[in-house]
Design a protein around this ligand. Structure first.
Ligand code: ARG
Length: 263
């Protein structure tokens, strides 16, 4: 009798701890229970996500943020935004600090081993940004040989700079505005970043210039990252993205974000 109940208790304990474990990975359940979804982003990438003072209050805005709000709305929960370094986003996702990541993130093969991705919601090419005064000296990839090229830490641009610009000296920093400063103060000679972002920085920094240099980027787009084994959440996010794309909302959010960043 004693042993039977002991075995029963052990089995029950095992089941409870197993389901606690499964629950820990069930992001959708956690989100619904909390009534809130937490998004991780790196708000240094206008027009995707950036800081803007609105009525004197520092606010994170951008078309990614508008998309995140729609995702939360469709799930019927509130949105909380956590801003961090781009290079730390996927670790934060897997540590359950955030429930999903939206940060103009490219769903590349390496990342797909660690997390799952939604469909691609926005496509963009890469651009090489330089000082306008160098526009006659830096016109091709070969002109970057021996030059210092900056890219964001942990981004695909860091890899592109290392692999596709032969003989370049690559500097990686955590934050894009710091890279812009390095370029303006001649600590680096070029930066690699998504073209819409480069365009945005040129608008606010007319001493900078976008070259015609082309680099390869097979994945070429942004997707939302979710912790592995959460098919229900990925499905819900894809549904929202599909709706936004069909209704032309993403282009609308994009245009609004460009305008906001230029004001
Ligand atoms: N698309 C690039 C990547 O996935 C860069 C994204 C940078 N995003 C940002 N919010 N700083 O690596």
């Amino acid at each position: 009798m004693f042993f039977k109940s002991l075995a029963f208790l052990l089995a029950a304990g095992l089941i409870i701890s197993l389901s606690a474990c499964a629950e820990k990975n069930d992001v959708m359940k956690r989100v619904k229970d909390r009534g809130q979804i937490v998004v991780g982003t790196s708000a240094d990438y206008p027009p995707y996500e950036f800081h803007k003072s609105i009525n004197g209050v520092d606010t994170i805005v951008g078309f990614d943020i508008d998309i995140a709000r729609e995702i939360a709305k469709d799930l019927g929960v509130e949105l909380k935004i956590i801003d961090m370094d781009f290079g730390g986003l996927l670790a934060a996702l897997n540590a359950n600090t955030v429930d999903f990541v939206i940060a103009g993130m490219t769903p590349d093969e390496e990342r797909k081993k660690a997390v799952d991705f939604s469909i691609i919601y926005y496509e963009a090419e890469q651009a090489v940004l330089i000082r306008a005064e160098d526009k006659n000296n830096i016109k091709t990839l070969a002109d970057l040989k021996g030059k210092r090229v900056g890219a964001q830490q942990g981004s695909i641009q860091e890899e592109i700079a290392k692999e596709q610009i032969s003989g370049a000296n690559v500097l990686s920093l955590a934050k894009v505005p710091d890279l812009i400063l390095e370029l303006k103060t001649k600590k680096v000679d070029a930066l690699v970043m998504e073209r819409p972002v480069a365009k945005n920085y040129v608008k606010t920094n007319p001493e900078l210039f976008i070259t015609d240099i082309k680099v390869e980027d097979d994945e070429g787009g942004s997707a939302v990252a979710v912790k592995k084994n959460n098919p229900e959440l990925v499905k819900a996010i894809n549904k929202t993205l599909d709706r936004l794309m069909k209704d032309g909302k993403i282009d609308e959010f994009f245009a609004k974000a460009v305008e906001l960043s230029e004001e």
